[in-house]
Write a protein of this length. Sequence first.
Lengths: 371, 378
Amino acid sequence: MAKAFGIINSSANHINIEGMQKYRPIGAFPFTGKYRVIDFPLSNMSNSDIDRILVYVRENPRSLTEHIRTAGNYNINSKRGHIQVLFAESNSASDIYNTDISVFMENLSIIERLSFPYVVIAPNYMVFTQDFDALLQQHVESGADITLLYHRTNEAKERFLLSDYLKLNRQKGVEGIERNRGTAKERDIFMDTYVMSRQLFIDLVHKAVDYSSICNLCQIVAMSCRDLDIRGVAHRGYFAALTDFKSYFDANLELLDPAVQCQLFSPQWPIYTDTSDFCPTHYFAGASAKNSIIANGCVIRGNVENSIIGRGVVIDEGVTIKNSLIQAHAHIGKGIHLEYQVIDKWAEVLHVDEIIGSPDNPGYVKREDII
Amino acid sequence: MQNNMLAMILAGGRGSRLKDLTTRVAKPAVHYGGKYRIIDFPLSNCANSGIDVVGVLTQYESVLLNSYVAAGRRWGLDSRDSGVYVLPPREKADADLDVYRGTADAISQNIDFIDTYDPEYLLILSGDHIYKMDYSEMLNFHKQRNADATIAVIPVPIEEASRFGIMNADAEGMILEFEEKPEKPKSNLASMGIYIFNWKLLRKMLIEDMVNPDSSHDFGKDIIPTMLANDKRLFAYKFQGYWKDVGTIDSLWEANMDLLDEGNALNLRDGSWTIYTEDIGALPQYLGPNAEIDRAYITEACKIDGLVRNSVLFSGAEVATGAKVIDSVLMPNVKVEEGAVVTRALVASDVIVEAGTTVGSAKSTNITLVAADVKEEE
């Protein structure tokens, strides 16, 4: 059986989730109440027997490194396995130089010393489950140079507008990788997930550096479509690309549907995260909660509907929360009415009567703000 | 060791008054408070009190308990110098395999383990009690009094005092007399089964006790009375706060219900004294479109689409559409199916209350223990 090491790649610099990304990379964004986005790729790798993982963090490393802590949280053997964080170390004059290729180049000696013949690369800003070992074996059997994972959608006009799609021929050969401009309904959205040999990966890093100082991995692979045998493999199941504020908001609320929950969470494919040691959630008389996902450690005296509530949130008497994401440790004061809001961690909403957003334009309250 | 004190938790008891809950696990492994097991309390107290090394003495139905406590990382007791060590009875070169004959004997049989750490003080705890306590404060008290032994005590209603080991102490806390379950109690200070001993002295006494044919090898019945008879300095350390010995189904139910109270003294949400437990790695709780919640304590992996009133739900408990759970405790993975009604009951782990059935009654004097699946009568 072929063995691979893993790389969790950062979102490229054209992706920016307003507000929240100022504080942490998308990988450290809360998701479904108790998880962080990076828990999904890390658990996918751990469940696929990949226990040597490099995590590239492009910016604000604090919250992500704090969250990952030890590989033990992800069911990875503490002696045989290892999660290593790759920071963007060069103090480049401009953010455009801060690319995945530049970080891989800086850490190339580490990658060259690894004994694994293959690498699986997955993004830190997409949520899905995938057996990477099955994908790797499929890659090896096919004889392809590179295997790319994609998700077929018929909503490409409205969704995945900052993602790329694969131009596939009938044999699932990749003829090109292009930005989804919303011009067609059906697209095979590229999931930023690659399988290739370690040697080809190293060659591509060199090739990218020689080509341009701001070239990223996706671009060099796209440019290699003619020279290399690159094939697409379809992904099935839940898939979300978190590329702007609305896609992040929608992806969370989408999981309130039990049928969607089942697609992402299965007992056979556990998603690991760090433990908070919070006590259970306490509902007092007069509280109500409907169609919601609620993490532990909350104190709830108000009403919650169609919402996701993070760990340790306090919701006072007479509060109404609808269609909102309340992140960990936030406090919503007496009688306040919130709709279509993202309330970031440690924020306190105390001195307003209501904040009402809309499905197309959800609102945002910054981390640690008091309003 | 941070404070030169090693802790030993007595976790061998069956707790037979808990009936079916302890047919397969020892009482310290019984679930409590939605996500905990009772032994999480002494273990977390040790971790929070700066005690690094904890021995857990197991005996009755110890398979689950042994593997549970062996994962010391759950309580943060996994640094280089710390650990949780499982100590069931064992065969020795100079003695046949023998069960622990009493609480003191359990310690005596592990003198070699304790000696490897060479502690100055030994803390003896029970694995059966629910409370939060800073043992380092008790150790300070012990040192200040220059005591040979310190026993934690809690005031109990005088009419209940005859159920406990009662300490009669002077104004300084010096114990003058100890009476095990006295008919006419002279004080209301009950022993909590928490002792700090100077290890050298206790070690000597245990070696003598082991060969004493008249001894029942028990701290309360033998060691403490012998110390008092020998004029040793024994002190009572008064504990203020929530403390429960959940001996019966009713008291276990009640201790869970206490968590629903505003300002409940146990306060499991206090971040400065966290009670640690295993991480089951489940989804957060999900409340469906028909869920009705009124006074409840609910944890991860619960799925609710019915009514939950005045109840505590443990990990993975499910209440289906139209089902009602009132004044009850649902232990892990209990399923209450559509339209079923559970009232004033404690439902044991993994039990299925089938659709349309009813268990428990609002008028019952005692809490109904539901330990087997509830099926429609045919």
